[in-house]
Design a protein around this ligand. Sequence first.
Ligand code: SPV
Ligand code: MG
Length: 422
Amino acid sequence: MLTPSRSLRRRLAQAGPVVACGAHDALSARLVEEAGFGAIWASGFGLSAVRALPDASILTERETLEGARAMVEATEIPVIADIDTGFGNAINAMHAVQHFEAAGIAAVCIEDNVFPKRCSFYTGVTRELAPAEEHARKIAAARAASRDPEFVVIARTEALIAGWGKEEALVRARAYADAGADAILIHSKHATFEELRDVVADWDRDIPLVAVPTTYIETPLADLDAAGFRIVIYANQSLRASVRAMRETLAHLRGEEHACAESKIATLDDIYGLVGLRELRENEARFLLPGGTDVAAVILAAGDDGRIGELTKDHPKCMLDIKGKTILERQIDGLNANGIKDIAVVRGYRKESVDLPRLRFYDNDRFAETGELASLLLAENELGGPVLCLYGDVIFDEAILGRLLRAPGDVILVVTLQPREA
Ligand code: SPV
Ligand code: MG
């Protein structure tokens, strides 16, 4: 079976870096996949931001897990989850690894910040890192906790972010690699790639390196590749793009014309495509009863035929008992069998005798001098969506209803070819 972690490892074995992009929810993950990236970065910064929270260990493990799980469920490419410090010490990290692995996540990334962490880019933070030995043990614990040997544990050092220099970054990266990490992320917030290029020039372990070029975004992928990076993560650009786009559209909407340029926003069809409307329709056609639940029925049963005398002395034709069931009951059974539960009856003649449960009634008290159209218009409230109109005195084969409901067309008539007896 091609598990997400195996798929990530296979891709890592091929030429060129795996290029991942940050997502902050299922929809943005789907856009990342659609754009052709090799993996999704379930960004802690992004998952916090969409709850209007800072990236500061405020989200719980469960909240982060649910965010990443939604991305897994919406996509097919591997999801790499940013699990910050592992939500506590090595023991917390072990539990986290098991939960994330069980959710179908391909990889987790655990950083050597102390809990509660602060986003690597926040200024005015006195940066303190966990002792290298402690973090190495956390990485070993994470590796030991994963059930699937192919699950990927990325160890991340913030040594450069904290200003502790190249040697400390390398000492830590080596310690984490030796503790069993499957890949190493050395984070840098330098404006250029030079700081990181210089560090990794001395990298001497045989596991992949990961780069997050947020501040050095201008660096060509080829340069990162040439420097030995096997995973490149564009961590927060999709979030920042969506914030800018929403703000611009909101400003337009709030402006004098309350208008927004349709050409600048995604079409509704685009959104329908992203959320799987076509699959919904296919599944409805395949698995729901024909007609679905949104078709209403109006049964016109107000008139008094008069031609069958005695039989309709006390009740209208729809209440005639035919072999133990009235015509109306037979009609309702047929409608229900085709998934139509929303049924209204327009009564008139001997209306008090038409009193079955779960029906809505409209009364045409002028049934003697009006016809079916007047009855139908009394039930105007029912005519807002797809609606089936039936005469109250017709017994029909249920299969006809099924065919009618499946037939294309705006107005469909079912006619009997049998001549009416005079
Ligand atoms: C994140 O996306 O949460 C990261 C990457 O950890 S960064 O914000 O660039 O530190
Ligand atoms: Mg993060």
